[in-house]
Design a protein around this ligand. Structure first.
Ligand code: NAD
Ligand code: UDP
Length: 341
């Protein structure tokens, strides 16, 4: 298949590009580089021994998308492009609706114009809001608690309307839990600009002494050790989940929402200890107040993915920490060599 990845130079998009190309698909990347760098292309070439066609553009540029779809004979699209920081979305809701919702509408217009009707969308477990029961299955009620989550929910609903309007569409919304880790080469991974919002990249920066200590946001939650519990999923498992979703869509019409998680939750302390054990580095920690909006526990029921996609996560917490650590060390080496040039 010829597959367009919007947001293809980003964290999850780049790992998915590796998996899809290794399965023999032709992969085309489209990104405005607002949260990624063009150097990812060189590293993708190092890993896969092939050069991916890349288009530097904004998904709100419908004409550019139309041409990209037509010129590359695209059969299916995976739509990663979007903004993803919850806190920033509260401060800049218009940017979030413009990038995420308007961007998706523009993509749908371009796809409709080119009669391309197969789409995998990057949704999030955030669409479940405060869990009413655990593990979260796909029939759990949805609810948005911030503009980022609302943009994901709006997009899911828009995609459902599209599938109802025309039964030829094949759409899967993958509701990711907590993606972490990196490709085993250490060449691509998550490289947030500024202070990381998420636990694993923050820990990785404490380990390389870019940050002095890890603040544990609350140790009085009703969880076994008092710290927050999440369903961390290795980004390579997640990438393989996209390949499985595309495969599923070749056989199935309509709109589908599917969780992509492991089904197992780990606490902040468990993650910190696992990282210490793979890196051999003791992480300085302090207990800080709870972070506003955080829930105590969140983990997936992954049964639907197993049944429909024939996919399940297979990499361990150890793999997640070891690959994060490898990527962090090589990113640091690259940065040091640039500063010394
Ligand atoms: P990322 O920021 O690394 O990748 C997103 C890419 O989209 C970036 O390369 C960015 O430059 C690009 N982009 C943003 N707006 C664009 C626009 N208007 N036009 C073209 N390109 C644009 O993020 P990621 O972690 O790879 O996330 C990919 C998708 O998965 C996002 O939609 C995100 O909301 C979703 N998601 C991520 C997580 C997570 O924890 N990483 C969890 C759930 C869902
Ligand atoms: N967390 C933490 N310190 C940090 C970042 C995160 O204690 O510096 C905790 C956070 O409170 C949550 C867990 O780690 O319990 C995962 O947070 P993350 O932001 O990675 O994911 P999300 O909360 O969005 O699921």
């Amino acid at each position: 298949m010829n597959i367009l990845l919007t947001g293809g130079t980003g964290y999850i998009g780049s790992h998915t590009a590796v998996v899809l190309s290794q399965l023999g698909h032709k992969v085309v990347l489209f990104d405005n580089l607002s949260n990624s760098e063009e150097t990812v292309l060189e590293r993708l070439a190092q890993i896969t021994k092939q050069q991916f066609p890349f288009f530097n553009g904004d998904v709100r540029d419908t004409d550019l998308l139309k041409n990209t779809l037509a010129d590359n004979s695209i059969d299916a699209v995976i739509h990663f492009a979007g903004l993803k920081a919850v806190g920033e979305s509260v401060a800049k809701p218009v940017d979030y609706y413009a990038n995420n919702v308007q961007g998706t509408v523009s993509l749908l217009q371009a796809m409709q114009a080119q009669h391309i009707k197969t789409l995998v969308f990057s949704s999030s477990a955030t669409v479940y809001g405060q869990p009413q029961y655990l593990p979260l299955d796909e029939s759990h009620p949805t609810c948005a608690t911030n503009p980022y989550g609302r943009s994901k929910l709006h997009i899911e609903e828009i995609l459902n309307d599209v599938a109802i309007s025309d039964p030829q569409w094949r759409i899967t919304c993958l509701r990711y839990f907590n993606p972490v880790g990196a490709h085993e080469s250490g060449l691509i991974g998550e490289n947030p600009s500024g202070i990381p919002n998420n636990l694993m990249p923050y820990i990785a920066q404490v380990a390389t002494r870019q940050r002095t200590e890890l603040s544990i946001f609350g140790n009085d939650y009703p969880t076994p050790d008092g710290t927050g519990v999440r369903d961390y999923i290795h980004v390579m498992d997640l990438a393989e989940g996209h390949a499985a979703a595309l495969n599923f869509l070749t056989q199935n019409l309509g709109w589908h929402a599917i969780n992509i998680g492991t089904g197992k939750g780990y606490s902040v302390l468990e993650i910190a200890r696992a990282f210490e054990s793979v890196s051999g580095i003791k992480l300085p920690t302090i207990i800080a107040p709870r972070r506003a909006g955080d829930v105590a526990e969140c983990y997936a029921n992954p049964v639907k993915a197993k049944e429909l996609l024939k996919w399940a996560a297979r990499r361990s917490l150890n793999d997640m920490c070891a690959s994060t650590w490898r990527f962090q060390q090589s990113a640091e080496k690259r940065e040091n060599s640039w500063t010394h040039e």
